[in-house]
Ligand binder design. Structure first.
Ligand SMILES: NC(=O)c1ccc[n+]([C@@H]2O[C@H](COP(=O)([O-])OP(=O)(O)OC[C@H]3O[C@@H](n4cnc5c(N)ncnc54)[C@H](OP(=O)(O)O)[C@@H]3O)[C@@H](O)[C@H]2O)c1
Length: 233
């Protein structure tokens, strides 16, 4: 991985060092050069290849907890977090828990994400929906009828001790977190491809607001651009 910004580096950089200064809430997503977050298969695996996966795994290893939206879980393709040996050694312990954010708590509880995770998966939902989560799964109930995202994030930090949060999307959850001014950094990986079809999901939904970004760093690896933006909110 080559660093192009803030100053170009002649030697390759280690992603773990490049992303090591994780802020309170980091949003990490991959998209095509025209803003699609799904590949031709409707998933993300074909977007950034090995270079993207290296950064994806690194961001997970650096996180205290990994937030995902229920829509992404419903694709059935999100497995439990696993750590490769070298990242486990650097992290110094088991993977971060995945935290599924859902208003409805209408999820398939037989998925490996809920039954086979080394670090048990957590569910964030409202107090009205918490009874839909089977016993044995840890729940953060925030808000009465709708999820109160600031309260949920506070509880993940203060109640469960997960200081550094990573959100992996999808777009609906990412948009809600940005709108609630909870995102400190956007780690945007831009795959060298154009998809150009309206059936592909875009990076964000219905923002209805302009959020200025400060580019903090830029890397290049196997044609994928890795941008780190600070959000000015
Ligand atoms: N390229 C990437 O980096 C990337 C990353 C992740 C996902 N994806 C793709 O994105 C697609 C899924 O995205 P999506 O936007 O449809 O779904 P999503 O953001 O993963 O999940 C949406 C769901 O999350 C819950 N949610 C969202 N905002 C909430 C809020 N403010 N409070 C409480 N719960 C909230 C709701 O769950 P309930 O319906 O249960 O109430 C909502 O239906 C998939 O195709 C996936 O492949 C791409």
């Amino acid at each position: 991985m080559r660093r192009l910004l803030p100053e170009p580096a002649v030697d390759g950089v280690d992603p773990y060092d490049a992303y090591g200064d994780a802020p309170g809430l980091r949003l990490g997503m991959v998209m095509s050069a025209d803003g699609s977050v799904t590949d031709a298969d409707g998933w993300t695996g074909g977007l950034g290849g090995d270079a993207d996966f290296r950064v994806f795994r690194t961001l997970r290893a650096l996180a205290g907890a990994i937030l995902v939206g229920a829509g992404t879980v419903r694709t059935g393709r999100l497995g439990p977090a696993r750590l490769r040996r070298e990242l486990r050694a650097r992290r110094g312990g088991p993977p971060a828990p995945i935290v599924v954010v859902s208003r409805s708590a209408d999820l398939d509880w037989t998925l490996p994400l809920f039954t086979e995770a080394e670090t048990p998966t957590v569910v964030v939902t409202s107090r009205a929906s918490r009874s839909r989560v089977p016993s044995g799964i840890q729940v953060v109930a925030a808000g009465e009828d709708d999820v109160d995202l600031p309260d949920a994030v506070r509880e993940l930090r203060e109640g469960l001790g997960h200081e550094r949060l990573l959100c992996e999307g999808g777009p609906a959850l990412a948009t809600a977190l940005i709108r609630a001014s909870l995102v400190d950094e956007l780690c945007l990986n831009i795959a060298p491809t154009l998809l150009g079809s309206p059936r592909h999901t875009r990076l964000l939904h219905d923002m209805d607001a302009e959020v200025p970004l400060d580019p903090a760093a830029l890397y290049l690896d196997e044609g994928v651009l890795f941008l780190r933006y600070r959000l000015r909110v």
